[in-house]
Design a protein around this ligand. Structure first.
Ligand SMILES: Cc1cc2nc3c(=O)[nH]c(=O)nc-3n(C[C@H](O)[C@H](O)[C@H](O)COP(=O)(O)O)c2cc1C
Length: 324
């Protein structure tokens, strides 16, 4: 077993967390990860208080293990956050505040309810701000990852944040899809890893099968950092682009973002329709460079165990091979 400060502090078996993914609603995915001994997370972005309440009830029907409720701070719905706190999940996870927002207030309210708090950071200043505001764990999110990401690669960002927030535990996110990635994260001083794209290509992921197949076929080179999906959806993200597959939709608008703003509604309709029908050329296919490492649509619980065992084997045997 891999025992780390993350597994010990959060009462889980494997140092693997599911990324909170606001656009991916699957109770089965959250519970499969938690039941397997990882930390499941439900993205609560734009969920109403009633949605949050219903989701937590369903999760608790399927697992008694710890799980996280994830909020994007810049777009938080106060009533939904209050409902989440009232439910007292083991963990509240945060990402993407606007610089002027009072993150301490959000963190303190979660801690007052007995929740552990994690905070995702794409740079050292954001990580130290969250640590000083009382977060229990920092997630160093590298630019390889899927969805909205910062600008630094995980290999550099992780040890920088580990040093900056010590002794707080850190997870690496971005580009990790197998045991080699988890072993690397642990070697960089992280206490575990948080994964998004790997779990998008799982049996419990609610994505259209064409989207999952696009991850399997993806080689990582075919992703790009872009603002186009946000512009089309009418969202202004506080200082981040998102990593997505460079498909026909992105190609069509690249360099013509001004024009896309004029035709936002029409473009949004196209995205929504594509998501429903599985049209991978006209949809927003958020995915990380680690799509290049993903070759099967596996059970989410099996993914947790497989990655943990593989990392343990590497740490036990392979690393020792190099040490005389
Ligand atoms: C489709 C998608 C939606 C995401 N939505 C959120 C979100 O709502 N909140 C959040 O904290 N992170 C979100 N993320 C980021 C993930 O939590 C995580 O940092 C990222 O997926 C890690 O990189 P990887 O995809 O290479 O594993 C999202 C990622 C993806 C792919």
């Amino acid at each position: 077993m891999l025992n780390t400060a993350f597994t010990e502090k959060f009462g889980i078996q494997h140092p693997i967390a599911l990324g909170g993914m606001g656009s991916i609603y699957s109770i089965e995915l959250v519970t499969a990860v938690s039941e397997a001994g990882g930390l499941g997370a439900l993205g609560c972005h734009r969920l109403t208080p009633e949605d949050v309440n219903a989701a937590v009830k369903l999760i608790r029907k399927q697992t008694e293990k710890p799980f996280a409720l994830n909020f994007l701070v810049f777009d938080i719905i106060e009533e939904s956050y209050q409902t989440a706190l009232h439910e007292k999940p083991a963990v509240i996870s945060f990402a993407w505040p606007r610089p002027e927002q009072d993150i301490k207030m959000y963190i303190e309210r979660a801690k007052n309810m007995g929740c552990l708090v994690t905070f995702m950071a794409g740079g050292v200043p954001e990580a130290t701000a969250a640590a000083e505001a009382g977060a229990d764990l920092i997630i160093a999110q590298g630019a390889e990852g899927g969805g909205h990401v910062g600008w630094m690669g995980s290999l550099v960002l992780t040890p920088m944040i580990v040093d900056a927030v010590a002794p707080l535990p850190v997870l690496t996110a971005g580009g990790i899809a197998d045991g080699r990635g988890l072993a690397a994260a642990l070697s960089l001083g992280a206490q575990g890893a948080l994964l998004g794209t790997r779990f998008l290509a799982s049996k419990q992921s609610p994505l259209h099968s064409n989207y999952k197949d696009a991850i399997l076929l993806g080689n990582g080179h075919d992703t790009t950092l872009t603002e186009i999906p946000d512009i089309a959806q009418g969202i202004v993200w506080p200082g981040a682009m998102s990593r997505a597959k460079r498909n026909s939709f992105i190609e069509r608008w690249a360099g013509q973002e001004w024009k896309l703003r004029q035709r936002q509604k029409e473009a949004h309709e196209i995205l929504l329709k594509a998501r429903k029908t599985g049209d991978i050329e006209n949809g927003n296919l958020s995915m990380g460079q680690d799509a290049g490492l993903i070759n099967d649509i596996a059970d989410a619980g099996e993914i947790v165990q497989r990655i943990s065992v593989e990392a343990e084997t590497i740490m036990n045997r392979r690393v020792q091979d190099f040490v005389s």
